[in-house]
Design a protein. Structure first.
Length: 435
């Protein structure tokens, strides 16, 4: 998953019910077959208009090939999950939608999405077309996937070459100790070492999950129960917040960031480093040239990313799902096949700076540059899927909020201790559904 999005409240409001898109389907041709599809797309570009400019020519091509018109709506991350939850409750939704891959298991549990069994995958060329790491974030283990991978991403460490050069830093950091040492050299005179989005619940979860892996914690037990107060989970959250509270290499104002402000600071040489998923488009939109930034794998304690405690990213990305209430299942399947075809995978992932989860498209030379090579290598050897449990969205909300509150404490100069972190996480765990 990428970009910013608001917390899931779990409450479907009346206003959302009133504004939900009408039931999937569309006008019919003379033979009764549906000629239109509705498609909800998440905001992947710098803004909604950029997405429309990227997607519409491809949708027009699909219409030319199939005679099926696709009615596109690009939805901001701040609205998307609540819109989807409304659709699953009311039964009034799109034919096809794309979703952050971390939500898939939660939405799968609602029963609102078409399951992708062997026969369904056969309609789009087979399951083995997709990269294994991407398939790992398509639903709960032991069940048929609830979606198919569309765009793949991973976290990496991006650094501002000018700020590094001015601070006399010749080598980007590979370990957390090096990140802090580098950040301290830079954090002065209104400039800061690294940026965070402290009020962005999803970003908080992504980073503390990865740090949890590095501390040997998963936030859930093997039987799916919340386990937020283990020593490893507490250490992970404290390490992340301590970038501001203890190391003081994050500006206090970052505690309120939730709308990619850290990328703007980076592009304007106010912050020297960011941990992000494929931010190239945003850097360019901010006027930053490609040769003004560099990218290396996200840090681990050893400096050598790998499996288990050397995990340095969650498996980020976007999945494509079909709404079970669609009245145009055949058209929806044709659309999914089109969007996961080699040509579209190359075109769209190239446009968005992500990498294709389709093996054959991934071999295209467009994805062999230094930046995307880091992402490909990370997905191949050192990224882990977030817990594929029905309660994942609640986990993002309650633990993401706990981290947000701890950043607010750090920004206000209040101490962030192991005890205060554990207390916040214990409160978060009490808000989870009981099993």
């Amino acid at each position: 998953m990428r970009r910013t999005r608001a917390a899931v409240t779990g409450v479907v409001t009346l206003s959302l019910l009133l504004t939900a898109t009408a039931c999937a389907g569309g006008e019919e041709d003379g033979g009764g077959a549906k000629k239109t599809l509705t498609y909800w797309a998440s905001n992947q570009g710098p803004n909604l208009e950029a997405d429309k400019k990227i997607l519409q020519p491809e949708l027009d091509r699909f219409e030319k090939e199939t005679g099926i018109k696709v009615e596109l709506e690009v939805i901001p991350w701040s609205d998307l999950l609540n819109r989807i939850l409304t659709a699953t409750t009311s039964g009034q939704g799109p034919d096809v939608l794309n979703i952050g891959n971390t939500w898939t298991a939660s939405l799968q549990a609602s029963g609102a999405l078409v399951p992708w069994d062997e026969g369904t995958f056969g309609k789009i060329g087979g399951k083995d077309r997709f990269v294994a790491s991407a398939l790992g974030s398509t639903g709960a283990q032991g069940q048929d996937p609830a979606a198919v991978p569309l765009y793949s991403m991973a976290y990496a460490l991006y650094y501002n070459k000018k700020m590094f050069r001015e601070a006399g830093i010749t080598k980007p950091p590979a370990t957390w100790d090096e990140v802090i040492a580098t950040g301290k050299k830079i954090s002065k005179d209104g400039k800061w070492g690294i940026g965070v989005e402290g009020a962005n619940l999803a970003e908080n979860i992504h980073h503390v999950f990865v740090l949890g892996k590095q501390h040997g914690a998963d936030f859930f037990t093997t039987d799916g129960k919340a386990d937020f107060t283990s020593d490893g989970a507490v250490a992970a959250v404290k390490q992340y917040v301590d970038l501001m509270a203890d190391a003081k290499i994050v500006a206090p104002g970052n505690a309120e960031y939730a709308q990619n402000q850290s990328l703007s600071d980076f592009a304007k040489s106010r912050t020297a480093m960011v941990l992000w998923q494929t931010p190239q488009q945003t850097f360019a939109a901010q006027g930053m040239k490609e040769d003004e930034w560099g990218v290396v794998p996200a840090p681990v304690a050893s400096g050598a990313p790998g499996a288990d405690r050397q995990t340095n990213s969650m498996v980020a990305g976007i999945n494509l799902a079909v709404f079970k209430n669609t009245e145009n299942l055949d058209g929806a399947m044709k659309f999914v096949k089109f969007m996961t075809g080699d040509q579209e995978q190359i075109t769209l992932n190239k446009a968005y700076g992500s990498v294709p989860p389709v093996k054959s498209a991934l071999q295209d030379k467009a994805f062999s540059g230094p930046s995307l090579t880091v992402i490909r290598d990370t997905l191949g050897k050192s990224a882990a899927a977030l817990p594929q449990v029905p309660e994942e969205s609640q986990f993002e909300t309650v633990v993401g909020t706990a981290v947000k509150e701890l950043f607010a404490d750090a920004a206000a100069g209040r101490p962030v201790t192991t005890e205060s972190v554990r207390a916040k996480l214990d409160k978060a765990q009490q808000q989870m559904p009981k099993k």
